[in-house]
Ligand binder design. Structure first.
Ligand SMILES: Nc1ncnc2c1ncn2[C@@H]1O[C@H](COP(=O)(O)OP(=O)(O)OP(=O)(O)O)[C@@H](O)[C@H]1O
Ligand SMILES: [Mg+2]
Length: 346
């Protein structure tokens, strides 16, 4: 493959805005640059209502201060702002798929279809005695929201090549970095700052995604309250002790466990929903990612409580690095998946 252009993946999160610049080389990538800046309060809400001044400044600063060179960019949209559905349809001719999916979506979403850009990907085919069914993952994004992201890209001088959901970017990242174990059904926990996401993937597509309004910031807050500490000290304790019962007499672990329990019950509920309503190959693996994934003893805890095989995601397992990273790589989960989209776009 000759001289593919470089790409930036940009993930605007509630905790920080992250950017990664990669260069496609053959069937892999070289990491050229990565950086993050804290998000201003309500960045995502501001974009969704069209207040672009603050995000424009933050993004401009991030790209300029960290010397990002290319202009080709892919942006993510948080799961909470899109309509994503799993659609099962009797098999139709290729040229009729578009109409059949649009018709099905009409009954599944609360806004008029003409206000949305619809994209879909094929998941699988199932045969019954009398019929063939196909399942599709369908995403609808409000045209006004796409326009706001285009506007933002224009303001910071980026060439916006695509917008996609965080769930799709996460799956691409994990499929790319862990492809040696083959395509299969698995669950992802994206443990973020204000929010977390649970995603179930099969064959490179999304079967299910759910936004949970509990993120790792909630751990910091409860430590601060229970131990009467300021937020930065509480953050330090969280990062040092986490769920480790041997640190400081297990006080931090005990304080944060009820919040981690909320996530464990959401994982169980999602698995039960999957088994009841979606079915197929059982999900036995959980990939943990997002900044909150660095919590000490989290992987051991989730392994014990869920019975799943739990892996802490290395976003750069198969990406070529030039030297050591001095940054919590786990936060760059979505941004990496977005940057990896470059191979599909060429
Ligand atoms: N070493 C660490 N140990 C534990 N938690 C950490 C560590 N480093 C960062 N975090 C936590 O990770 C969270 C940020 O994660 P991430 O960058 O994935 O969030 P985000 O995607 O910007 O936010 P959101 O998902 O809410 O939009 C913060 O709560 C932060 O305290
Ligand atoms: Mg996030």
């Amino acid at each position: 493959m000759a001289n593919l252009p470089d790409f930036i993946g940009i993930n605007i999160g509630n905790y920080s805005i992250k950017a990664i610049e990669v260069r496609p080389i053959g069937d892999t990538f070289e990491l050229l640059n990565l950086a993050q800046v804290p998000s201003a309060n309500g960045t995502i809400e501001n974009i969704s209502v069209g207040n672009l001044d603050m995000p424009t400044n933050d993004l401009q600063k991030l790209l300029k201060d960290n010397n990002f060179k290319t202009r080709n960019a892919v942006f993510s949209v948080p799961e909470s702002l899109v309509f994503s559905r799993l659609v099962n349809l009797p098999k139709v001719k290729d040229e009729e798929v578009d109409e059949a999916i649009n018709f099905a979506m009409k009954n599944l979403i609360p806004v008029p279809l003409e206000n949305l850009n619809i994209a879909y990907s094929f998941i699988e085919e199932r045969k019954t005695d009398t019929n063939i069914f196909q399942s599709w993952y369908v995403v609808g994004i409000q045209k006004t929201l796409s326009d706001r992201f285009k506007d933002l890209a224009g303001r910071v001088g980026l060439n916006l090549l695509a917008i996609e959901t965080e769930a799709l970017a996460l799956i691409r990242n994990i499929d790319f970095n862990y492809s040696d174990t083959g395509k299969r059904s698995f669950m992802i926990l994206d443990f973020g700052g204000e929010y977390s996401n649970l995603v179930i993937s099969r064959n490179g597509s999304v079967l299910y995604s759910q936004n949970i309004s509990t993120g790792s910031n909630a751990l910091t807050k409860i430590i601060a309250t229970d131990l009467a500490l300021d937020i930065s000290k509480a953050e330090e304790y969280k990062e040092k002790a986490g769920l480790d019962a041997n640190m400081g007499g297990g006080r931090i672990a005990k304080t944060i466990e009820p919040i981690i329990q909320i996530i464990v019950s959401e994982i169980s509920r999602t698995l039960a929903y999957y088994n009841d309503r979606i079915g197929g190959e059982p999900v036995s693996e959980l990939y943990v990612t997002g900044g909150g994934g660095a919590l000490p003893k989290l992987i051991e805890y989730l392994t014990d409580k869920t019975g799943l095989k739990v892996t802490l995601v290395d976003n750069f397992r198969k990406v070529k690095l030039k030297g050591d990273l001095k940054i919590n790589q786990l936060s760059f989960n979505v941004a990496t998946g977005l940057a990896l989209k470059s191979l599909e776009l060429m």
